[in-house]
Ligand binder design. Sequence first.
Ligand SMILES: [Zn+2]
Length: 333
Amino acid sequence: MKKILSIILFLAIAFTGFAQIDTDDNFFEDEEDEELADADSTSIEKVVKIAVDTLRTKDKYTNVILYEDQTWDYLPLPRPGIDSTSIYDRWWNTESLHAYIGYPKESIPDEVDILLVDETHGFKVPYKTKVHSGFKWRRKRAHTGVDLPLDTGDSVRVAFDGVVRFSSSSHTGGYGGLIVVRHSNGLETYYGHLSKRLVIPGEPVKAGEVIGLGGSTGRSTGPHLHFETRYKGQAFDPERIIEFEHGALRGSLFTLKKDYFNIYSHYGQSEKQEAEAKAAVVAAKQAQYYKVRSGDTLSRIASRNGTTVAKICKLNGISANKVIRPGQTLRVR
Ligand SMILES: [Zn+2]
């Protein structure tokens, strides 16, 4: 019965109230005014109101609360905003390309809504072109960004407003000339293989500002920009937020899932592929290795480790008649 009542109420609210959420900016204020006007005569009644249920609306940040006396109210929830101050207070490091080393990954929620841009904080694509190589496992290492082909000397632009956290061409591993910018929206972006860096750590930057020139420094086979997006130090596929070929954001609000911090997880995957990506990480964590001893054969290794030759071949990307040598390491799980 209660459920039916809820549905009737929900439908009634849907027809009377929802349109106003989108069109009437002052809707909540009007509501408040009414409540204030009523306050004198109905204040006792207000105090004893008992909430029996909350319902979602098409606006993620507004719920409807139902009371026992069959009245209802909108319940505004906290909306994500762009924070221009506290993001630069903690885990700030201008000496190292990674600032969040030791940050407790478990404290990151399973899902976090990030407002990428608003009226005062804009966006500009770092370099507008088709992605050459994406966020994936590539040649025995994780490729934690996208490669954007360019000509050496081309302008590279900062994606969002922020402050330069790191700018160096030494001790950057394979990145070569690297700039890292922390943004007011909570993300960090990385710009690698630069031939010239035009900003220094601590320098504030506005979206679209030229921060460096493209190149092929570091571990690179030709001129391109290696671009990364990170949250609390964890890389996720930049194509989840940026459509590089058209130089546009996919949306102003981005729901970042913890599952995205996974080299097998990328933009455009089906639910099935996403599940496979999760399973691949679990399997990688449970990986077991075996060091080949003199006289070993694949079939002997397989039986000793309770597996099959076919499975070992698949895990190591080898064929069943591959010659194995003592001292060599094979993955058996
Ligand atoms: Zn790259």
